[in-house]
Structure formats: C-alpha cells, structure tokens
Design a protein around this ligand. Structure first.
Ligand code: TMP
Ligand code: ASP
Length: 238
C-alpha cells in the first residue's frame, strides 16, 4: 500500500484494487487553516465510526457515496474519486462565519437552508466563491453543480431528521464531492462526515458537541465526540 495523499485529518492509501482506496482517520485536530493543531487519542477511531454510520445511513437513502466497506478501527475502504476542489457548506442555523458575515445572531434559524461554496485551497485560505467563479476556474461544470446542490439538500434533510432522533441539532456542515474513477462521469459524496465537519448542538440545552469545542477552547473535546457517537449508535439501534 502506498500513501497517495495526506491531509490535516486523513490519509489515503492505494489498495490492490486500482479503483479503491484505504482512508485512514488521524488523531490530529486542526483549526484556522492548520494554525491551531493538537492530537487527541481516539479521535480518528471516533470520526471513522461516525462517518461509517452516516455513510451507511445515506446509502440506504439512495445517496451515492464513495463508501465501500468498513475496515479496521481507524480505516474505511472507499471508491477512488477525483475530488472536486469545492467545499459545499449547508446551513440551517446561523453560526460561525455566517454570523460574522451577516451580523445575524448565532442560533438564528434560517427560513430555508443556505448553500455556500468555498474554493478548497490552503494557499488562498479556502475563500468563498460563487457559481461564476466556479465556471471561470473550471472547477465543475454547471450540470455537475446542479447535481451537487440537489444532493446536498437531500443529505441535509436525511441527516437533520436522523440527528434529531439522536437529540442533536444539525446547525451546519461541510461536504466534498468527487468524480468516480475510472471514467469520472458520476459524482458521489466523498471525504468524511463527522463532528469535524458538522456543527451539532444538544437539542435540549444548545450545548456545542462538535469541533467548535476545540476551535473555541471550550474543553471536553473528545468527550463531545464520544457523546455524539453514543447518541448516534443509540438512535440507529432504536
Ligand atoms: P464556518 O461557519 O466556519 O464557515 O463553517 C461552516 C461549516 O463547515 C461548519 O460545520 C464547519 C465546517 N468546516 C469544515 O468542515 N472545514 C473547514 O475548513 C471550515 C472552515 C468549516
Ligand atoms: N479544517 C480547517 C483547518 O484544519 C478549519 C476548521 O475546520 O475550522 O484548519
């Protein structure tokens, strides 16, 4: 197995199958484009399990994803894709950069979900971009963006309903999509879905259970992820 990619939170390795990769979840947590960085025992295993459950839930709901099968404690087997360098953010409630950009208070419920696109570029600091920038930079075709936005809204509906069962509010989250090898005609959901990439608040108290505990030095970071996994597994079993 050869390492073909290492990001801030994951590594990708080749497998015997040229169209499948091994995705390893690291224990590292980073924020503010890697400026803040720390390692937490068990984080990789927790995010792997959460991603596994959420990918299986989405596949059951007919969302095409890169998920193939479970592997070891911190690894999954996924289909090989060409990642589209756009971070697709879906928001249900105001938090984070949307509060800063609009002046709307954190916790304000949006009338309908908002989709935003960010250019996945560490050098540029992941700037927000619109469909015209995407067209000019040839990051994705118009028909691909239509499919991506439709899928993103469907994923939002499925995950919001599921997390509500787990007594968690899905405030916002980030998705990445990729073109499936070998022909790269089909678009599937890729990357991870975990408290690294979602804002999840306790439905009753509003307590933050996600990576904002790390970003904002709130404490109890791994405890938050552990509680999210516990509630997700309880909701899946009931
Ligand atoms: P933001 O409010 O900071 O723009 O974040 C929106 C959502 O996207 C939030 O759920 C966290 C997630 N996110 C990532 O997954 N990766 C990132 O690099 C950033 C900035 C946000
Ligand atoms: N993922 C980004 C980083 O590692 C930022 C974030 O999630 O806040 O810096």
């Amino acid at each position: 197995m050869a390492l073909i990619y290492e990001g801030k939170a994951k590594k990708l390795f080749t497998t015997e199958d040229p169209n499948e990769l091994l995705m390893e979840f690291k224990d590292d947590a980073t924020a503010f484009n890697g400026v803040k960085k720390e390692s937490f025992a068990r984080k990789g295993a927790l995010n792997k399990r959460l991603s596994l459950h959420l990918y299986q839930l989405l596949e059951k709901d007919s969302v095409a994803t890169h998920f193939v099968r479970d592997d070891k404690e911190t690894t999954l087997i996924v289909k090989r894709v060409e990642i589209i360098p756009i971070e697709v953010v879906i928001r249900n409630i105001v938090a984070g950069s949307l509060a800063k950009r609009t002046g709307l208070p954190e916790g304000h419920k949006l009338r309908q979900p908002i989709i935003e696109c960010y250019y996945k570029s560490d050098e540029l600091g992941d700037p927000m971009i619109n469909d015209e920038h995407i067209r000019e930079l040839a990051l994705a075709r118009g028909d691909e963006m239509e499919k991506i936005k439709r899928a993103a809204l469907k994923i939002n509906r499925t995950l919001s309903v599921f997390f509500a069962k787990a007594r968690l509010t899905l405030v916002d989250f980030k998705l990445e999509f990729g073109r499936l090898y070998p022909n790269r005609h089909n678009i599937v959901l890729a990357d991870e879905i975990s408290p690294d990439t979602c804002r999840l608040w306790d439905s009753d108290t509003g307590e933050k259970m996600d990576k904002d505990r790390f970003r904002q030095n709130l404490g109890g970071f791994i405890e938050g992820y552990t509680e999210v996994l516990k509630r997700v597994e309880h909701a899946l079993a009931s």
